[in-house]
Design a protein around this ligand. Structure first.
Ligand SMILES: Cc1ncc(COP(=O)(O)O)c(C=O)c1O
Length: 383
């Protein structure tokens, strides 16, 4: 077995040198005096865990997602796991999710004790709704749709399927803060929606953090318990549970960035629209289906391209941090071996994994950098 490394701190080493980068954190936090001041003040009142700031940011988060309740937790992954556990998902249950997603979606289902059951995706890179019902068995208890790259799934129809089959819905909205579809947001048609504040998400913190939003008081109260050892008060434990509290320090960072979220979102959308317009003129490029009545917030800008690996190397040689999110679908990962899926089971996911590329689209990318990226891609296909 290969040596297992803690790879995370090294992952930006190469890309740091690229002028057009996916990582914008240095620019974003260049002037952090206000955040540092608030953290300094925290040393006086010392409510480091689940402090007042966590409470106030939870209220703001509930408001921007149009949900009654928001609960700050340790990560987006924990948000999904805790939601599933709070709904009573347990060992022996099956949970439906797309085969094209980030590992955390599936990891969260497995951590809750359930078996992930994969469904292929469609042209919008989200779960193919027409294939969900065929995957339902007597053991199915929930659906975890993923709003990939920041475009909301057709939640009204997923809700219909869930209602008919008595299934819970936990939305993986880790890419989708401020995304809308037909004027609704994640959290409207589900039991809960889960958000990540990983450093490179649209709303980020200085480490890990996440939010769960829900309109159910019962679920909210359950979540408050199980994010904090199952404690009702210091001396009474109602259920034995873990610890996934949002740190007050991270809540301070989130609060400061919440004020910038409209600007972050609109710049990403502006950049993506320029990419869409220009790149759709290139026959070797296929832009995933966009819905007119939706606000896609472009956590990542993903397109399908011909000669993907060569294009990626070419763009890197031109100083552009092209990335692949992600090269292998979930059902073909070593971790999924025991579920006995095979190559060819989910052709759309498999083909997407072979052809997708992501281009930097964040709020610090300038129009000049966008046009440069577009011209490099045009030149690549002319050769
Ligand atoms: C689709 C998706 N779901 C869940 C997560 C997990 O979020 P976190 O890293 O905060 O645990 C991520 C993180 O990148 C993600 O991309």
């Amino acid at each position: 077995m290969k040596k297992i490394n803690n790879f995370l701190p090294n992952q930006y080493k190469l890309t740091e040198k690229l002028p057009i980068n996916h990582n914008y954190l240095r620019e974003q936090f260049r002037n952090s005096n206000k955040i540092f001041h608030e953290i300094k003040m925290l040393n006086f009142n010392t409510d480091y865990t689940l402090g007042k700031k966590v409470n106030s940011v939870e209220k703001k988060f509930a408001k921007i997602t149009n949900c009654k309740y928001a609960i700050g937790v340790g990560s987006g992954t924990d948000a999904i796991t805790l939601s599933l556990k709070s709904l009573g998902i347990k060992s022996g249950d099956e949970v439906i999710t797309p085969s094209y997603t980030f590992y955390a979606t599936v990891g969260a289902i497995v951590q809750a004790g359930a078996k992930p059951v994969f469904v292929d995706i469609s042209d919008d890179l989200n779960i193919d709704i027409s294939k969900i019902e065929k995957s339902i068995t007597p053991k199915t208890k929930a659906i975890v749709p993923v709003h990939w790259s920041g475009q909301i799934c057709d939640m009204k129809n997923i809700r219909k399927i869930a209602k008919k089959n008595k299934l819970f819905i936990v939305e993986d909205a880790c890419h989708a803060i401020k995304a809308t579809r037909d004027n609704y947001k994640a959290g409207k048609y589900s039991d809960s929606a889960c958000f990540s504040m990983h450093p490179l998400k649209n709303l980020n913190v200085w480490g890990d953090g996440g939010f769960i939003v829900t309109n159910s008081k019962k679920l909210y109260e359950n979540l408050l318990l199980i994010r904090n050892h199952g404690l009702i008060n210091r001396d009474t434990c109602k259920v034995f549970a873990g610890n996934s509290r949002l740190d007050t320090i991270q809540a301070i960072v989130a609060d400061n960035l919440l004020r910038k979220l409209n600007n972050i979102t609109s710049k990403r959308i502006r950049n993506a629209k320029i990419f869409d317009k220009e790149l759709s003129k290139i026959s070797e490029i296929n832009i995933p289906k966009r819905f007119k009545n939706s606000q896609h917030v472009f956590h990542i800008y993903v397109i399908k391209v011909k000669k993907r690996d060569k294009l990626k190397s070419y763009l890197i040689s031109k100083g552009i941090d092209a990335k692949i999110h992600y090269p292998v679908p979930m059902h073909l990962q070593p971790a999924a071996k025991k579920y006995k899926y095979r190559k060819g089971d989910f052709p759309h996911s498999e083909s997407v994994c072979k052809n997708v590329i992501s281009l930097p689209v964040h709020e610090f990318i300038t129009k000049k950098q966008l046009m440069y990226t577009i011209n490099c891609i045009k030149n690549f296909y002319k050769k």
